[in-house]
Ligand binder design. Structure first.
Ligand SMILES: Cc1cc2nc3c(=O)[nH]c(=O)nc-3n(C[C@H](O)[C@H](O)[C@H](O)COP(=O)(O)OP(=O)(O)OC[C@H]3O[C@@H](n4cnc5c(N)ncnc54)[C@H](O)[C@@H]3O)c2cc1C
Length: 406
């Protein structure tokens, strides 16, 4: 017979959304179980951009110094090269933030950090290597989840299930919720390059001859993203390692990219931009990528997932403590987070359609938008994109009290 557990809130998925929600709810005195299907957080690169909206929250939690003591690098500017011309696109140094730049930290370090903070509260329980497989129901209401562990199946009953199991969410399928696809013209290939002596430290996008390469300075290496036409990853890889190295070297303006030892080191991100119409059902709420997959433009996915978690904890901690969480409470979370999601995706899709798609289709170097030229003279204009990316739309603040002993 399946083992049974019970708690006030079970969260499926130990990504940024799930671990942050678990930590904040436990900190607010709620009894939480977070399920993560993998045995550890140390997996493929999944995006490492921690924006000022997030570092502000860590400062509110009194954790910023401890967080910044972990190995990281910091990017103060975003720059772009169109053919041979270089421009500053964003200046993060004027943001209303304690950390005026994008902190680059491996996601597994960040998740370990958040999980260690969660474990300081008695209500926090993280079950690794435990995969949610389905929903438990009583009539219309979701009352828990079934899950698979090495020791067999378990059932976890809870007043609320939070689905934070990412953009291929099992629970979203189980709940039969409708996903609206907004589409994306591109996929992205991720890999690393070694720094060269004259490299300038920044987040840099290079656009030439119908191709785009984004390079993020990570101190001892560059995290690089080659933008390719949707669905062409296999064709790009089929051209072979030498052709790939030559393509990268040309775009990165290097003599060679021979440090890419194998195409196995090149990881595909199949870009999806979508969102749920309804984020909740009685007893069930989705947050993070499970509610909305973001385009990689702006590197906002992690930060939006974290913001959802903060909003969910702010709104739900009290009704969860009272054990009376209603569908209206869950709808308040969706209402709070729908606009930032909608607005961010709207901007991402506009850039995809007006810049990336024409560039990939034409094979030409894109024209430099006039506003970018203007921003080189009126440098304050560079603060606007930095603000939109760095602070996001409707940044959240921690409103939950510390009730779970820290
Ligand atoms: C290659 C790549 C590069 C990216 N680059 C960036 C970037 O530079 N900046 C940025 O902001 N975003 C980036 N992203 C997106 C970013 O990683 C996501 O937006 C963010 O991680 C979403 O957080 P989440 O917690 O909602 O979901 P995820 O991070 O997807 O976490 C979901 C978790 O749930 C677990 N899980 C899944 N199913 C189950 C189940 N049934 N039971 C239990 N656990 C389950 C998964 O193992 C995972 O740990 C990138 C993504 C990829 C793949």
């Amino acid at each position: 017979m399946a083992e049974s557990l019970s708690c006030t809130c079970v969260i499926t998925g130990g990504g940024p959304a799930g671990v942050m929600a678990g930590f904040l709810l436990a900190r607010a005195g709620v009894d939480v179980i977070v399920l993560e299907k993998h045995a550890d957080f140390f997996r493929d690169f999944r995006g490492d951009t921690i924006h000022p909206s997030t570092t502000n929250v860590l400062a509110e939690l009194g954790l910023l110094e401890e967080f910044l003591a972990l190995p990281h690098s910091q990017l103060a500017y975003a720059e772009g090269e169109f053919g041979d011309e270089r421009f500053r696109l964003g200046d993060f140094t004027h943001l209303p933030a304690r950390c005026r730049g994008i902190v680059m930290m491996p996601q597994w370090d960040f998740l370990n950090f958040l999980a260690s903070q969660g474990k300081r509260h008695p209500g926090f329980r993280l079950m690794m290597a435990t995969e949610a497989t389905g929903l438990l129901r009583s009539g219309e209401r979701v009352t828990g989840v079934t899950a698979k562990t090495a020791a067999g199946e378990i059932k976890i009953t809870a007043d609320l299930v939070i689905g934070a199991d990412g953009r291929h969410s099992t629970l979203r399928d189980a709940a039969g919720l409708q996903v609206t696809e907004l589409g994306a013209p591109m996929d992205v290939l991720w890999f690393r390059l070694t720094p060269q002596p004259n490299d300038q430290h920044a987040a840099l996008g290079r656009f030439a001859d119908g191709q785009g390469l984004v390079m993020l300075d990570r101190g001892d290496y560059w995290q690089c993203a080659l933008i390719i036409r949707k669905g062409t990853a296999e064709a790009v890889k089929a051209e072979g390692l030498a052709a790939f190295r030559a393509r990268v070297a040309r775009l990165a303006k290097r003599a060679s990219a021979d440090e890419i030892a194998s195409l196995d080191d090149v990881k595909l991100l199949t870009v999806a931009v979508n969102r749920l119409t309804d984020w909740c059902r009685p007893g069930l709420l989705f947050i993070g990528d499970a509610a909305h997959a973001m385009s990689p433009i702006g590197g906002v996915g992690i930060n939006l997932a974290l913001q959802d978690a903060i909003a969910a904890a702010n709104i739900l901690a009290e009704p969860l403590r009272r054990k009376s969480v209603s569908l209206d409470d869950l709808r308040r979370v969706q209402k709070r987070r729908h606009f930032p999601t909608w607005a961010t995706q709207k901007m991402q899709v506009a850039i995809q359609n007006n810049v990336i798609d024409p560039m990939l289709a034409s094979g030409k170097t894109p024209q430099v938008p006039r506003i970018i030229r203007l921003a080189q003279r009126w440098t304050w204009l560079q603060r606007i994109p930095a603000r939109i990316i760095g602070m996001g739309v409707r940044p959240e603040h921690v409103r939950t009290p510390v009730l779970g002993a820290g």
